[in-house]
Design a protein around this ligand. Structure first.
Ligand SMILES: C[S@@+](CC[C@H](N)C(=O)[O-])C[C@H]1O[C@@H](n2cnc3c(N)ncnc32)[C@H](O)[C@@H]1O
Length: 191
């Protein structure tokens, strides 16, 4: 990612500011498949809407993102709700470093919501504890039928997601029009 792109995300986060936002629909919908304790990593977690849900569930959350503004909003969101949050500024699209060293822990849960990096997803299995879960929510190409953005290169092919998670056991995968009006693939896979 270029410095320009990081600045663009800083601007987007700053424009939205700290406002109440519901978590990604996958979290409450598939909560029964997710651990309620242990270490969680929210990759490209932005302003922390999902980290807050994970922390309320009982997980010890680390949020990684390239945007310093997003990280600051996330810290404020969780602090305001009385939950600790560890934040890490990282570029998750560096081809020379698909899994940055500060994230080098064995995680009980890794969440990737609305961020598509295929090399990053492929690196997750090696960083889960046995029994740990990967949770992914991302729009598919069918989303273009109703929304011009994100453009095709930022979208998943129909049925692609399970092919990106290596040896993990897929315990849930589906794609559908969701309550927020978008066509999303949802996946939960266990090591
Ligand atoms: C669409 S937002 C999704 C945020 C969050 N996961 C959610 O579901 O609300 C995409 C996020 O990816 C972050 N991002 C974009 N490029 C990145 C990169 N190269 N490395 C790390 N984070 C990145 C942005 O700052 C932004 O917070």
């Amino acid at each position: 990612m270029s410095r320009d792109a990081a600045t663009r995300w800083d601007r987007r986060h700053a424009a939205r500011g700290l406002q109440p936002r519901p978590p990604a629909g996958i979290l409450p919908a598939l909560a029964h498949l997710l651990p309620a304790a242990g270490r969680a990593l929210d990759l490209a977690g932005g302003d922390g809407r999902n980290s807050l849900w994970l922390a309320r569930r009982g997980l010890e959350v680390t949020l990684a993102d390239v945007s310093t503004v997003g990280l600051e909003l996330a810290r404020q969101r969780l602090q305001g709700a009385g939950h600790p949050l560890r934040t890490v500024q990282v570029d998750l699209e560096d081809p020379a470093d698909p899994w940055p060293a500060p994230l080098d822990t064995a995680w009980d849960l890794v969440l990737v919501s609305d961020f598509l990096s295929r090399p990053l997803l492929q690196a997750v299995p090696a960083h889960l504890v046995p029994g740990g879960v990967l949770v992914v929510s991302h729009p598919t190409r069918r989303n273009l039928q109703r929304h011009p953005h994100p453009s095709a290169r930022f979208l998943l092919d129909e049925g692609e997601l399970p092919t990106l998670v290596g040896e993990l056991e897929v315990v849930h995968h589906d794609s559908d029009w969701r309550a927020d009006g978008r066509h999303m693939a949802w996946l939960v896979a266990r090591r």
